[in-house]
Write a protein that binds this ligand. Structure first.
Ligand SMILES: Nc1ncnc2c1ncn2[C@@H]1O[C@H](COP(=O)(O)OP(=O)(O)O)[C@@H](O)[C@H]1O
Ligand SMILES: [Mg+2]
Length: 264
C-alpha cells in the first residue's frame, strides 16, 4: 500500500545570524495508512522542521516529501490533512465555536454540514460547555483540545500534531491520549511528535526517532524495545549513539546496529 507520508533524503538548511543551520540531513521516513506513529527526538533534532516541510512552510534543499503520493510542494497535497501546531496561536477574540466555523469555511464546507460537524467536534473534545467563550479565556488544555477539533474539521485522513501534550497536566495529557486513541479507532493515520515517552508507548503502533536531522530508529515499539527494557532506556541509548548534542552533524552510523528496523 502507498505510504501516507513518504519522505526520502530530505535536507533542510536554515539561514541564521550565525551562519547556516542544517536542521534535516537526509531524513528518510515512511508512515503507512492507519498507523499511529510517535515522532521522537531530542530538542533541536528536526521534528518541527519535518512537520513544517510536510505542511509546505519550509522548503527542502534536497530530497522529496510526499503525502498520499503528492509532492508537498503542491498545496493540494494538504487537502486531506489536519494539523495542530506546536504552539497554537488562535485568534483570542473568537469563541471556540467561531474558530471551528472559520476553519471549516476555509475548507469550503457548507453551513449545514458545518453546523452539525462543529457541534459533534465540540462534544468529542469535551469543550461544548465553553464553546461560546472567547479563546482568550481558555486554559492550555482547552486550547490543545480546540486545536485538535480545528484540525479535524475537514474530516482528514492524516493528522499531524506537533507536541500535542506539551505543557499539559496529567488530566490534559490523558484527554489528548484518548482523542488519539479514538482517531485510531476511526482508521485515521496519526503522526505526532512528543517528548512524553511513556505516553507514546501507550498510544502508538510505531515510533520513529530522529537525531541530528536523520532517522536513527523506526519500528513497532515491541520490536524495538526488548523485554525488560523501557522505551526511555532504548531512546537514550539510540540518541546517545549518535553523539547527541556534542558532535552536531556527526554521522548516525554509531547507531546502525540498532536501526535494523529502518525500512529504507
Ligand atoms: N527558523 C529557524 N532559523 C534557524 N534555525 C532554526 C529555525 N528553526 C529551527 N532551527 C534549528 O533547526 C534545528 C531543528 O529544529 P526543530 O526542527 O525545531 O527541532 P525539534 O522540533 O526536534 O526540537 C535546531 O538546531 C534549531 O535551532
Ligand atoms: Mg519542535
Amino acid at each position: 500500500m502507498e505510504p501516507v507520508i513518504d519522505i526520502a533524503g530530505l535536507s533542510v538548511t536554515y539561514d541564521s545570524r550565525h551562519g547556516p543551520v542544517k536542521a534535516l540531513d537526509g531524513l528518510t521516513l515512511a508512515v503507512q495508512p492507519q498507523h499511529v506513529v510517535g515522532f521522537l527526538g531530542p530538542n533541536g533534532a528536526g521534528k518541527t522542521t519535518t512537520i513544517h516541510t510536510l505542511l509546505g512552510f519550509v522548503e527542502a534543499s534536497a530530497g522529496t516529501a510526499r503525502i498520499l503520493g503528492t509532492d508537498v510542494r503542491h498545496s493540494i497535497a494538504r487537502r486531506r490533512i489536519g494539523y495542530l501546531p506546536e504552539l497554537p496561536d488562535f485568534y483570542k477574540f473568537l469563541t471556540g465555536r467561531e474558530l471551528l466555523f472559520m476553519a471549516g469555511r476555509l475548507f469550503g464546507l457548507d453551513r449545514i454540514t458545518l453546523k452539525s460537524r462543529v457541534a459533534a467536534l465540540l462534544e468529542s473534545v469535551d469543550i461544548a460547555s465553553a464553546a461560546d467563550r472567547r479563546i482568550g479565556t481558555y486554559s492550555r488544555g482547552m486550547l490543545q483540545r480546540i486545536g485538535i477539533a480545528q484540525a479535524l474539521v475537514n474530516d482528514p485522513d492524516l493528522l499531524i500534531f506537533d507536541e500535542p501534550t506539551g505543557g499539559l497536566d496529567p488530566l490534559g495529557r490523558m484527554a489528548v491520549r484518548e482523542l488519539i486513541g479514538r482517531l485510531r479507532e476511526q482508521g485515521k493515520t496519526v503522526f505526532f511528535s512528543s517528548h512524553e515517552l511513556s505516553e507514546v508507548e501507550l498510544v502508538c503502533d510505531r515510533i520513529a526517532i530522529v537525531a541530528h536531522g536523520r532517522l536513527v530508529a523506526e519500528g513497532a515499539v515491541n520490536e524495538l524495545v526488548k523485554d525488560g527494557q523501557s522505551l526511555e532506556k532504548y531512546f537514550l541509548a539510540v540518541v546517545r549513539g549518535t553523539g547527541d548534542e556534542k558532535h552536531h552533524g556527526t554521522d548516525a552510523g554509531a547507531s546502525t546496529s540498532r536501526t535494523s528496523n529502518i525500512e529504507h
